[in-house]
Write a protein that binds this ligand. Sequence first.
Ligand code: TXA
Ligand code: MG
Length: 325
Amino acid sequence: MAEVIAAGSAMEAALALLSAGEVVAVPTETVYGLAGDATSGEAVARIFEAKGRPRFNPLIAHVGSLAMAEELAIFDPLSRRLAEKFWPGPLTLVLPLKPGSAIHPLVTAGLDTVALRMPRGFAAGLIARLGRPLAAPSANRSGRISATTAAAVAEDLGERIPLVVDDGPTPVGVESTIVKVEDGRPRLLRPGGVAAAEIEAVAGMALARSGAAAGIEAPGMMTSHYAPGAAVRLNAVETFADEALLAFGPQRARGAEQALAIRNLSERGDLREAAANLFFHLKELDRLGAAMIAVEPVPDTGLGEAINDRLARAAAPRDADDDNE
Ligand code: TXA
Ligand code: MG
């Protein structure tokens, strides 16, 4: 069973495990990550093993500095500008691998690109001390909701990993935004913790959207990725008996008094607060055993785009073959 150690006293234990090719669950500002040395095939294989991923999908490599990133990948001018503006923070950039890059091919699933991001929090200090990039998918079993607390990690992966570093609930609560610049034009591969409009403001142009190509570009983002046990019904303006209700804002859906339980993503309708609460509240409602979780409408602006993306995945029909994350 994993040891759970508070972030303030976990650094040496985490370093020792990572140096030995082991995996460690660590907090980032978005969600908890299941981290391993991104230059070690053995460590990366352990990540896939612990998550129970049916296939090897490309992972994000986390760096401690722009200098470390530039040793691993080739930056075009726009990608560099985005990195300078948003790093450290919840933005992942997909970049061409640099020849001789230390990233192990298992991280990129053999692609000639690598997804890089510079996290905040405990993970950042850990990478600086280790001096090597960390591969880290979200610290949940394949097909489950991403973990935003150490307790959720321990519940999901505790029997499979040696250490969970606990730094409380993650402040952003949804995964990073993934962007790829192609011929000078930025493309949004996954909405996330940086709102699309913020990126567009820095880029000075609109983000291309992935559309049907999304599944190919970011194979880990297939439909049922965020599936809770309960079925999920979106844009609920009415609640039926025996449903659990995931609410948003000050006004309740009709019939809310019949709900088995209600969790509000943000009483005051704040999308940042809603993102931070999303996975935690979904998990809590799921735990009650309701057959259906009804979700009130969430506006699609700002971080609402990432929230609605995750909710749509949670509501998507379940297909074990799709469930490649
Ligand atoms: O906030 C986050 O991004 C969290 C924390 C732990 O950093 N990590 C995370 O990792 O969400 P994961 O493995 O759950 O999602 C990684 C996503 C997947 O959708 C994967 O397909 C995509 O990144 N990805 C990785 N490498 C890629 C590449 N070379 N090209 C396109 N997509 C890539
Ligand atoms: Mg994930």
